[in-house]
Design a protein around this ligand. Structure first.
Ligand SMILES: Nc1ncnc2c1ncn2[C@@H]1O[C@H](COP(=O)(O)OP(=O)(O)OP(=O)(O)O)[C@@H](O)[C@H]1O
Length: 607
């Protein structure tokens, strides 16, 4: 009967359409509109779906009996009582006694009886009229934590939910919120208890936990938009005495990318580390909290003179008594060839920034800085911004290329990689032309090997903060200027520079949007294997083979550099096999220029 009625829906519709069609022919007002509506394909499709659903409802399985497990039990009892059960009866008995069939039949009965609702305790009869609306929350806790912290009101002794951790069990239930007053846990009144005692009750509860709470009337929904931040400091909740719940805390290291999902608390934020595997957020100190911690720590530290922060002194002398041995090894030939640049011309194009005098200055200045820095721990530059807000950025094709900065311990191969990259494609990659006060030589051209300038002009540029790095070697000044970088970028080339990591800060500007690649030393074995034929530049000798001391120094310097500056690195390239490292470098640079990358939000803002 029903089927006949359902099937008739389309038939009725067709006859309505016919009737309305005739009405149109007879020019009846509004009939055209109705005709179009009823003959619309979407209406027909909807009706088809409706019919299919009705048909599915008719055919869907429904339980034959609501007590299949009871029946199975009865059958087993009967078989047990049978004197000589047939093989079929025995097989049936063994099937019905299997735990899987038991579970299946009991699930079947629950479905058949619609028995899904939790059984809530009855409300007491003597509830006062002014009783606050109470919420009874039933959570099933497995091994994961509840995902909420509590606090005690010291005056009233009442226990409140302090915060609900984003993505945790309590949050996913949607039933517990910060500020809710906790009245009972599994029938135990919690008012007046110490938070530790409540936590103990919760820890001892397994399976279903029943909370009685009075909801927070002023509850604000914490549907905040996530904010992305780069950690500029290290944090470990287990070493933090102030954290409300160390288990809920999240450790992070400098350079980690954090998705901050909740900033509603002034002291403790909730965040996830990206790329994110955990659905549940962790507690991290807010920026202001971390800053005050840094200040506290800084005041407690003994006074250290941070010579590493000062710019290179113009009066630094290159004579270094520690490396007198090296000096004695210099041969006459090496001294004569001192400023000859081997292979810094390729296919008629001059490769700037590879002159030995320049590289030697860099090497000397590095040594000096390193010696003055050995007392600085990686975390000693306190009072920094603990988090830097970042956003994804993709360079628009019409904009200048991002500045590519290579950093690495001396001898790791930064120059070799930079040179190979430029030789590979000199019309795309270029380095800035450095400045010097040393006299020009006959074969040189100003603006090609160096910008040859007077000492007065050099000092003027220094005073006007035009140098990324500068310093003195053998009585002459050397430096790399920001104008030289701009010149390369304005020509539409990709500017590749290698600088010491302490200079990165100077170049972190909206205009240059630098992308920093850390060239890392490979494993100790691979370092020694791959550098068998390599030549090193030291303070006073050039092109000598690596010694065991050089390898040890290189490894230490590489580790120290990474530990101290990794928050500024956008990518890390291990310089193991030279060919592979070159290919990887090309692909990292391509990605940096053409794919979305995280940059500080301040670089993306339009003023
Ligand atoms: N992956 C590598 N495998 C083998 N040799 C390498 C590799 N990388 C670099 N080298 C060699 O190691 C030596 C030192 O490299 P390079 O001069 O580029 O060091 P650097 O990091 O620029 O240090 P510095 O600034 O002191 O010159 C060079 O002889 C170079 O050819």
């Amino acid at each position: 009967m029903r089927q006949a009625m359902d099937d008739g829906v389309t038939e009725v519709l067709s006859s309505v359409v016919d009737d309305v069609g005739q009405a149109v022919e007879r020019n009846i007002n509004g009939a055209q509109l109705l005709y179009e509506l009823l003959s619309a394909p979407w209406l027909r499709a909807l009706l088809k779906i409706y019919e299919c659903l009705l048909q599915f409802q008719r055919l869907s399985p429904s339980p034959f009996l609501p007590y299949a497990s009871g029946l199975s039990h009865e059958i087993m009892t009967v078989i047990q009582k049978t004197h000589r059960p047939s093989p079929e009866a025995r097989e049936l008995y063994s099937l019905l006694s299997s735990p899987h069939i038991h579970a299946l039949l009991s699930t079947h009965d629950s479905v058949a009886q619609w028995d899904y609702e939790p059984v809530l305790p009855p409300l007491p009869d003597d509830l006062p009229d002014d009783e606050e609306a109470m919420r009874i929350v039933c959570l099933v806790k497995n091994n994961q934590p509840l995902g909420a912290t509590i606090r005690r009101n010291e005056e009233t002794g009442e226990i409140y939910i302090a915060r609900v951790i984003h993505g945790g069990l309590a949050d996913r239930s949607g039933l517990l919120h910060s500020g809710d007053l906790l009245v009972e846990v599994n029938g135990n009144p919690v008012g007046g208890l110490e938070p530790e005692e409540v936590i103990q009750i919760l820890t001892n509860s397994h399976g279903t936990i029943l909370f009685k709470v009075i909801p927070n009337p002023g509850q604000i929904s914490s549907n905040q938009k996530p904010v992305y931040m780069k950690a500029m400091v290290d944090y470990c909740p287990l070493q933090d005495a102030c954290i409300p719940c160390p288990d809920a805390g999240m450790a992070f290291s400098r350079g980690d990318l954090l998705e901050v999902v909740d900033q509603s608390d002034a002291h403790w934020w909730q965040a996830r580390k990206l790329p994110c595997a955990a659905s549940c957020a962790g507690l991290i100190p807010s920026a202001s909290m971390l800053k005050s911690k840094q200040k506290e720590q800084w005041w407690r530290q003994p006074l250290q003179v941070h010579t590493c922060i000062r710019p290179l002194s113009m009066t630094d002398n290159e004579d270094d008594p520690q490396h007198g041995d090296d000096k004695r090894n210099v041969t006459a030939l090496e001294e004569i060839n001192f400023d000859e640049a081997d292979s810094d011309i390729t296919e008629g194009i001059y490769l700037a920034g590879f002159r030995r005098s320049f590289r030697l200055w860099r090497r000397t200045s590095y040594r000096k800085r390193r010696q003055s820095c050995t007392t600085c721990s990686p975390n000693s530059n306190a009072l920094n911004t603990p988090y830097e807000e970042v956003a994804l950025y993709q360079r628009p094709p019409q904009e200048n290329h991002r500045l590519i900065i290579l950093v690495g311990a001396p001898g790791v191969g930064v120059n070799e990689l930079r040179k190979r990259l430029i030789k590979l494609n000199p019309s795309t990659f270029q380095s800035p032309v450095p400045h010097t006060t040393r006299p020009i030589r006959p074969e040189e051209q100003s603006g090609r090997e160096y910008h040859f300038v007077t000492k007065e002009l050099f000092e003027y540029l220094v005073c006007n903060h035009r140098f990324v790095e500068y310093g003195e070697s053998k009585g002459q000044l050397y430096g790399t200027s920001t104008d030289a970088i701009d010149e390369v970028l304005k020509r539409g080339r990709m500017c590749i520079i290698d600088i010491e990591p302490h200079s990165i800060q100077f170049l972190r500007t909206k205009k240059l949007k630098p992308f920093v690649i850390f060239v890392k030393a490979p494993s100790p074995e691979r370092l020694r294997q791959t550098r068998r034929d390599a030549r090193i530049i030291t303070n006073f000798t050039i092109n000598r083979a690596f010694t065991e001391d050089d390898f040890v120094e290189l490894e230490e310097a590489s580790q120290l550099m990474e530990a101290k500056y990794r928050q500024f690195f956008d990518s890390v390239l291990v310089n193991d096999d030279l060919q592979d490292a070159c290919i990887q470098l090309c692909s990292i640079i391509q990605q940096a220029q053409n794919e979305p990358q995280w940059i500080p939000v301040s670089w993306g803002r339009t003023e």
